[in-house]
Write a protein that binds this ligand. Structure first.
Ligand code: CP3
Length: 322
């Protein structure tokens, strides 16, 4: 979850000179910002610096960031849906492939780069609502009022994300993550109808690439019984669900990733330390756990706390078998 970003002074320095979209579209700068947290904290993996909305611009959607995505003309009509382009793999966001190549030249060989995309349902939420929201009531009312049109948007997004993720692996990404930040807005029956089929189709089409596939259904506690069958290698778990509960539902063949509450980084070091230990203890010394935050890092986080977290996890968890 968001390794780079506004909590780092070195990121803020670059951002004071360029806007967010320019940053994501300039390979040298995107690469530099991807590498910043790795230099500072020596995490075990790097995540590409971009945004879930980046490939949507290639579909003909105009947007800006303030600070989250704002879509100039939210999707509301059949004509707009019809006009949505489905660019081919590689043609969409070529600057991302370029950034990945630069990053891999600089990253230590032992540090894999994670590529990512937004899940079609989460992208649908931003495209129809037009901006972030707590309830996404415009997007959800459109979903229920116009299920056929919604399905067309979701299918187009699925086609584009398959190509976009494939292009990231072709360029050198060593694992892929799918962010479904708004999956938890749906009851299980609607998740099964509108969100889950896209996830299954993406995973089915990418399995041959041989890279680990991570799926993060945010606030997805009630969805895990369905998610279990999606075919991902790893499921990201937000901080609200305990890892042992998630693991019991998902079964022994899926790894779990998570799930410290990002706001716990504001606790005293002693309290933070015991929260980290609790997560490690809960999961035991078994394989199949990737330590991570349970959602994105807050912009006011003290980088020193992140360094503390990385050291603590390293010290307390089993050394990887080489
Ligand atoms: O960790 C990394 O370095 C990877 C980069 C990354 C960003 N966004 C950079 C970013 C990743 C993986 C994302 C994913 C993303 N973007 C998601 C899925 C994960 C999640 O948080 O649920 C979503 C929903 C978005 C959409 C988005 N982009 C929002 C809601 C915002 C506003 C965030 C805020 O803190 O208010 C953004 C902007 C954004 N994306 C920033 C960063 C570093 C902050 C922009 C800035 O520099 O001003």
């Amino acid at each position: 979850m968001r390794q780079a970003g506004r909590y780092l002074p070195e990121y803020r320095k670059i951002r004071s000179q360029v806007d967010f979209l320019t940053l994501t579209k300039t390979p040298e700068l995107a690469a530099e910002v991807t590498l910043q947290p790795i230099r500072r904290f020596e995490m075990d993996a790097a995540i590409l610096f971009s945004d879930i909305m980046t490939p949507v611009e290639g579909m003909g959607v105009e947007m800006e960031f303030n600070p989250g995505p704002v879509v100039k003309a939210p999707l509301r009509t059949a004509a707009q849906v019809d006009a949505l382009k489905v660019p081919k793999s590689g043609e969409n966001a070529p600057f991302v492939a370029e950034a990945i190549k630069i990053i891999n030249r600089e990253l230590p060989v032992s540090v894999p780069l994670i590529g990512f995309a937004g899940a079609p349902f989460t992208l649908f939420c931003y495209l129809v609502e037009g901006r972030g929201s707590k309830t996404f009531s415009q997007a959800k009312s459109f979903l229920f009022a116009e299920p056929q049109l919604s399905r067309i948007i979701l299918e187009k997004l699925t086609d584009v994300m398959i190509g976009y993720l494939q292009a990231q692996v072709d360029a050198g990404a060593k694992a892929l993550m799918i962010f479904d930040s708004w999956a938890g807005l749906l009851a299980e029956r609607d998740y099964k109808t509108f969100a889950y089929p896209s996830i299954c189709r993406i995973i089915k089409n990418l399995s041959h690439l041989g890279v680990p596939l991570i799926y993060f259904p945010n606030q997805g506690a009630t969805l895990l019984g369905t998610v279990k069958n999606c075919g991902a290698h790893v499921v990201g778990v937000d901080w609200r669900t305990s890892l042992s509960v998630a693991r019991n539902i998902l079964g022994p063949d899926m790894a779990v990733q998570g799930n410290l509450d990002p706001m716990a980084l504001f606790a005293s070091k002693q309290d933070l330390g015991s929260r980290i230990d609790d997560i490690l203890c809960e999961i035991g010394q078994k394989n199949g756990h990737i330590f991570n935050l349970g959602h994105g890092i807050d912009k006011n986080t003290d980088p020193d706390r992140v360094a503390f977290l990385v050291d603590r996890v390293r010290e307390k968890s089993q050394k990887p078998l080489s």
